[in-house]
Ligand binder design. Structure first.
Ligand SMILES: Nc1ncnc2c1ncn2[C@@H]1O[C@H](COP(=O)(O)OP(=O)(O)O)[C@@H](O)[C@H]1O
Ligand SMILES: [Mg+2]
Length: 463
């Protein structure tokens, strides 16, 4: 019901973080952003749509007597997506898929919607931003067809709810939450109040009718979903779809998961025919011909529980400035400074008059210390004009005294290197005696210090 004007009280709500205040402020005291407070109508408890939720009247039950429904999870038809979700979608859950505009959220969900419907589930795709024919056009380009996928172009929540109740789908996709509005709220679609209430209403719908709902949310330019704090704690899972605008690969990352781990990632390639799964991501980031150059090193990093081989490059040269510049793309800047400091102090290499550039091929971001030894060897080989053997992979964290420290998931990294045809891997000394023999077809070299690693794999340039 529309709210009568004589009763309305207004409040100012930060459109970035959801902070509320009774008067206008230029700067949000909570998240610090400027000019984000907008006036919205305050709802009384009765008018608050969320308070109209259906009451569930279950008796308390003993944990041992609760039965688990075995059909609780189902596949999206995309293995990479399933893994990020923790082995598929959970029946009756509410998932938020967030990402930059144009990254491929609609494409991903249209592809999975088709797969899900072809597996015998009824699915309703609510296109709140596009017309049905636009969705059909996309489906045609992606070569998708299905006989139980309903497209509904609508952005009014009450009408969407009516059709969900009539159609009784197993899965509903809302594309996107920012375009949906409820009649109960007077503020415009996309405002924090609308997003919050619509998500709340969708949550009720999902839990009361056991419908799996996936909502798409656009990330605003400063990296937050509009009303992010408000949305993230309400939904069951939050998944980010990221990627480089200039590269075709996309990464699916789980930020919150009530039903599984949050450290898995899924990798896709965006092509004309839609998103292709990348089952062997290491190949995407490697360029084997270029590795036999000073400054190029291949490391085995971890994305979630999956190992990933990536190439790190360093460029070291005399500086035109009073002191050398350090530029680090893909590796944490402070980590790079720390590695340079260790090289200077422990190995006596003077880099103060040298510029050092670090780059990770393919635009990957590496956030783990296990890349340290690779970065150090890239800098060293470039500075001294030598090379790391091209069929060698480097793993290891560097401590401040120059020691190589253990890393996690080592076994998987070794197996990945061996699978991709590498002949040697340099690792920290952490294997138990006899374990080394388990790895066939790859020479495993354990090192304690940076110098050991250098003597194990660094050679003169052979033209
Ligand atoms: N005709 C096309 N050929 C190839 N790629 C396309 C075509 N149309 C769109 N795309 C790709 O799809 C992306 C848009 O995907 P979409 O799923 O609509 O993104 P989102 O829903 O996240 O805004 C574009 O950035 C582009 O990479
Ligand atoms: Mg879209």
């Amino acid at each position: 019901m529309p709210i009568k004007s004589e009763k309305t009280k207004t409040k100012w709500v930060c459109q970035n973080c959801g902070y509320e205040t009774s008067k206008y402020l230029g700067k949000c005291p909570d998240c610090g952003s400027w000019g984000t407070l907008a006036e919205e109508v305050e709802l009384t408890v009765k008018q608050n749509a969320a308070s109209q939720r259906a009451l569930r009247d279950d008796e308390p039950s003993l944990i041992d007597e609760i039965e688990i429904d075995s059909s609780i999870r189902f596949s999206t038809g995309l293995e990479e997506f399933d893994r990020v979700l923790g082995n598929g979608l959970v029946q009756g859950s509410l998932t938020l898929l967030a990402g930059d505009p144009g990254i491929g959220k609609s494409t991903l969900l249209l592809q999975s919607s088709c797969n899900i419907s072809n597996n015998g589930k009824k699915i309703m795709y609510v296109a709140a931003e596009e017309s049905s024919s636009q969705v059909k056009l996309r489906a045609k380009r992606l070569n998708l067809s299905s006989d139980s996928l309903y497209i509904y172009a609508q952005n009014n929540f009450e009408l969407i709810k009516k059709h969900i109740t009539d159609l009784k789908p197993d899965v509903v996709v809302i594309d996107s939450i920012q375009a949906i509005y409820s009649n109960d709220i007077t503020s415009t679609a996309g405002s924090v109040s609308q997003i919050r209430e619509c998500t709340n209403l969708l949550m009720d719908l999902s839990k009361s009718q056991n419908i799996t709902i996936i909502i798409i949310g656009h990330v605003t330019k400063d990296g937050n979903i509009a009303g992010p704090k408000v949305l993230e704690h309400m939904v069951d899972s939050v998944i980010y779809f990221e990627g480089d605008k200039y590269k075709s690969y996309r990464i699916l990352r789980c930020m919150k998961n009530r039903f599984g781990t949050t450290n898995e990632v899924g990798i896709f390639n965006m092509t004309e025919d839609g998103l292709q799964q990348v089952t062997n991501p290491s190949e995407l980031f490697l360029n084997k011909e270029e590795t036999n150059t000073p400054g190029n090193v291949i490391i085995a990093t971890n994305e979630g529980t999956r190992p990933l081989l990536v190439e790190i490059q360093a460029l070291v040269g005399s500086t035109a400035y009073p002191s050398g510049r350090r530029v680090s793309n893909g590796v944490d800047y402070n980590r790079t400074l720390q590695i340079i400091a260790v090289l200077e102090k422990r190995l006596g290499i003077n880099l103060s008059k040298q510029d050092v550039y670090i780059n990770v091929i393919g635009g990957m971001n590496i956030n783990e210390p296990a890349a340290d030894l690779g970065v150090a060897l890239a800098i060293l080989t470039c500075a001294r004009d030598v090379v790391v053997d091209s069929d060698t992979v480097i793993v290891g964290e560097i401590g401040l005294s120059g020691e190589i420290r253990p890393v996690n998931n080592l076994e998987k990294r070794i197996i990945e290197a061996q699978k991709l045809g590498f002949k040697k891997i340099i690792i920290p000394k952490q294997l138990k005696s006899g374990e080394k023999k388990n790895f066939k077809g790859i020479e495993v070299v354990e090192v304690k210090r940076i110098l050991d690693a250098i003597s194990a794999c660094v050679n003169k340039v052979t033209a």
